[in-house]
Design a protein around this ligand. Sequence first.
Ligand code: UDP
Ligand code: MG
Length: 325
Amino acid sequence: MCKPVLTIVVPCYNEEEVLPESMIQISDMLTNLIEEKIISEDSKVLFVDDGSRDMTWTMIYKETLKNKHIHGLKLSRNVGHQNALLAGLFAAKTSSDCVISIDADLQDDIYKFKDFIDKYNEGHDIVYGVRRKRDTDSIFKKRTAETFYKLMGKLGVNIIYNHADYRLMSKRAINELEKFEEVNLFLRGIVPLIGFSSTTVYYDRKERLAGTTKYPLKRMLSFAFEGITSFSVTPIRFVLVVGLISFFISLMFGAYFITLKLLGNTETGWTSLITSIWLIGGLQLIAIGLIGEYVGKIYKESKRRPKYIVDIDTLNLTNQIKERE
Ligand code: UDP
Ligand code: MG
């Protein structure tokens, strides 16, 4: 059987601390797979520099000059993990049969590349890397992640439990992914929508090898919120239901207070009045905020701005040189 051309896409943002080690480990793994004739000689690693402000790009570029299996894609500014990943997938697509995406910090088990390829050879277009357990996470991250997955499930969004962005996609699947043109991007929700045959590979996630997480609490929460509101309008419906309920409650209150007034006991009204003003006011603000969130999304989508801009692409440079020769 013909060996597939694999590209490993690695988004990197300020990863100078971990990059020297991960470049060695990932490219060694790639060389092994080529030597074992599991993947084609043309396979490569594509490091995507997501507008880093440290030595990340310099390191990548130097390596591309030394190792023909290493390539770099430099984005013009920081666009976030999801968009950087997308930039890598689309750049890699033309010259690959399949692409594996993995983080730069070596938390995901690179020894599973072979399993991914095996599943691809069995005919699957998408292979999800799924964490067996989350014991390298803090209790807090574990709980918040659990809540997030549960919430997404309840809202009717089909996402793979404990799967981050460690996955294999075939060229065909990436071609389909390109048709999803939304600007608010939540890949973990979109990839299952492609619908091609998929399977999972289980692995244990390790601690970050070096450097610090690029997803502090604030970014994690905004990522989760983005995920939910990109995929579901249930929160808006929930607001509507709460609004209706509180409207009926206030009607009942109204009736009660009017009766009291008719009976001449008006002095009891103040507490309940001020409570209901606050209650209704609060609910209204929540509702407006939530609706604003969706309106904002529509606004962003309607502008159709590019999700990323490529500054330097060494894959393209190589092709141009080949063409000139
Ligand atoms: N990353 C990126 N752009 C960003 C933030 C992160 O390309 O704006 C990359 C980062 O370099 C890493 C991956 O996304 O390779 C995942 O980030 P990190 O490991 O910090 O997240 P965590 O594993 O802590 O959730
Ligand atoms: Mg990480």
